[in-house]
Design a protein around this ligand. Structure first.
Ligand code: BTN
Length: 267
């Protein structure tokens, strides 16, 4: 209420964020078991390219994280841009033990893992959008890029918007974790929690594929929603998303089975 007895809404825009580098010492102390081996860079063109350009030198669980990427890659040949020290930008090599036909589930599993971390550590309300975004309030906070290699397995790339000023967001449909909770976050701690959840879910997937499916069903805001799908050839389909098949493809009520494309949630 103001002095005249009127309701007043105060809109506070975040104009300043504190940016600090990741804490390398804490990372190496917490990852002593050797499942992940982390290389921390200040700058690179792309953490995906760090691995794909040197594949013979990378093993299962080798991970590159960078404070800044000058040519970050998104899905469908898009760019992925983030201010230095604002985000978690990392890639790792994973050699699935599953049949190659099931590898489509990997990006869904990574989305589930990030969603689980954020719902537990930050705020309930995060969900996965098929195929590989993490949303809060229908806005994107994280994207996942899985690139198959011919002999070495899959390069998994993850970009999470952590500490942003509103004016830095790349599109109006994106947001960041600090803008959701109203305070800046410790990226090191978040990174460690996410790696622990990814490790647990990869281990689970290796022994039991149906449990990951169950988790995905719970975390997905795409399933049971009316969606518009934009296919790589620009054709669009509107229908209800009803299921995921054994390859990780999206099944629509119309009977269409979508293995690549962009999804827009209509309601
Ligand atoms: C998407 O939303 O389209 C996927 C974005 C994936 C971005 C991450 S950031 C770390 C890794 N390196 C890249 O160049 N891309 C991925």
């Amino acid at each position: 209420m103001n002095v005249f007895g009127h309701e007043v809404t105060v809109l506070v825009k975040r104009v300043y964020v504190i940016r600090v580098p990741l804490d390398e010492q804490r990372i190496s102390e917490c990852l002593k078991d050797g499942y992940w081996r982390v290389k921390h860079l200040q700058e690179t063109n792309s953490t995906q390219a760090e691995i794909s350009d040197n594949l013979d030198n990378f093993n299962d669980g080798d991970l590159v994280i960078s404070e800044f990427q000058s040519a970050g890659r998104g899905r469908l040949a898009r760019t992925f841009i983030a201010p230095a020290q604002s985000s978690l930008l990392f890639s790792f090599l994973y050699k699935p033990k599953q049949e190659i036909s099931a590898w489509g589930w990997l990006s869904l599993l990574i989305g589930v893992s990030i969603t689980e971390t954020l719902n537990r550590e930050i705020n309930n309300g995060f969900s996965t959008k098929w195929p590989n975004d993490v949303l809060f309030d229908n806005k994107k906070v994280a994207g996942i890029l899985c690139e198959k290699t011919s002999r070495h397995g899959v390069i998994v790339g993850i970009g999470i918007n952590v500490n942003y000023q509103e004016s830095e967001l790349p599109v109006p449909t994106a947001t960041s974790l600090n803008l959701i909770i109203g305070k800046d976050l410790d990226r090191t701690s978040l990174f460690l929690h996410i790696l622990a959840d990814i490790k647990d879910n990869l281990t689970l997937w290796e022994s039991n594929t149906s449990l990951i499916r169950e988790k995905y069903m719970k975390s997905s805001s795409t399933l049971n929603s009316d969606v518009r799908v934009i296919l790589p050839n620009e054709k669009t389909i509107e229908s209800k998303a009803v299921d995921i098949d054994h390859d990780g493809a999206l099944i629509l009520d119309s009977g269409d089975v979508i293995s690549a494309g962009d999804v827009i949630h209509l309601r």
